[in-house]
Design a protein around this ligand. Structure first.
Ligand code: SF4
Length: 279
């Protein structure tokens, strides 16, 4: 496995949950022993997307809310790649909501790591689709009126074949879930509870530590999974809510992609000057 560090020190605020996700993702990629040419990261805009500067890997930094369609395009062009999306609750469930639903419905073989900090951090603290009702912020001085979206329940309803939740304050368990998600064939969502220590003063590490619990039992069906994925005042479960390997991933439904990737049908060009060294 190549060295994943770029040597640039991340610019996230001290204590931000993005640090834990970054550490867990690096550990998971190392455990899977993937060479740099075997995976690609697609970043959305946001504090999470700033990870692009801090992972020495092939990547693409998309427009706000458009990381998932870019990831789908990369997957279909070269389905031998593991394709990982890094995005926040704002980009993936606000601007990018329909892309999220479409990719889950299609069982597109990508892993979506959703940094859920319940706020738009990069633009300094506006409420997001997952902000709790009543949350006051710069754009909502009287409090959020809408009910929050719950990423895991939303993914389950959209047909995602792998759905899990982790907590950025628990790096070993987050690493395990990333490894598990990255070995799933089909659409995988990992919601990571990611405290924003600067703009979200409600959903802090302590707030989560009082509520986060591992799933007590394995789940029978998708309806039970939706129920367990729902946040309550007392419990926010972490773990895997659904893993279904029985359905074909989107690219597997095309006979033309059985033996070759799309790019292998194209004329070969010399791309060696772009290849990242394995040292
Ligand atoms: Fe993290 Fe929030 Fe700072 Fe962004 S603003 S780096 S999400 S703590």
């Amino acid at each position: 496995m190549a060295n994943l560090d770029t040597g640039l020190f991340p610019t996230w605020c001290g204590g931000c949950g993005d640090w834990g996700i970054w550490a867990a993702l690096k550990a998971a990629l190392k455990q899977l022993n993937l060479a740099t040419h075997q995976f690609v990261l697609v970043y959305d805009i946001g504090c999470s997307g700033n990870m692009t500067n801090h992972l020495r890997a092939y990547g693409f930094h998309g427009l706000h809310g458009r990381a998932i369609p870019a990831a789908c395009g990369i997957k279909l062009a070269n389905h031998s790649q593991k394709v990982i999306v890094i995005g926040g609750d704002g980009g993936l469930l606000g601007e990018g909501m329909t892309h999220f639903i479409s990719a889950a419905r299609a069982n597109m073989d990508i892993t979506v790591i959703l940094h859920n900090n319940q706020v738009y951090g990069l633009t300094t603290g506006q409420s997001s689709p997952t902000s709790l009702k009543g949350t006051k912020g710069k754009a909502t001085p009287l409090g959020v009126v809408e009910q929050p979206l719950e990423p895991c329940g939303f993914a389950l309803l959209s047909g995602a074949t792998y759905v899990a939740r982790a907590f950025a304050g628990n790096i070993p368990d987050t690493t395990k879930i990333f490894v598990d998600a990255l070995t799933h064939r089909g659409f995988a969502l990992v919601e990571v509870l990611q405290p924003c220590v600067t703009y979200n003063k409600l959903n802090t590490y302590d707030w989560f530590r009082q509520r986060v619990k591992p799933l007590p039992t394995s789940l029978g069906n998708v309806y039970e999974a939706i129920t367990k994925a729902a946040w309550t005042d007392q419990d926010i479960f972490t773990g895997v809510f659904r893993r279904d390997e029985t359905l074909s991933a989107y690219h597997q439904t095309f006979a033309i992609l059985k033996d070759k990737t799309l790019i292998q049908y194209q004329e070969k060009r010399d791309l060696t000057k772009y290849i990242i060294s394995q040292k």
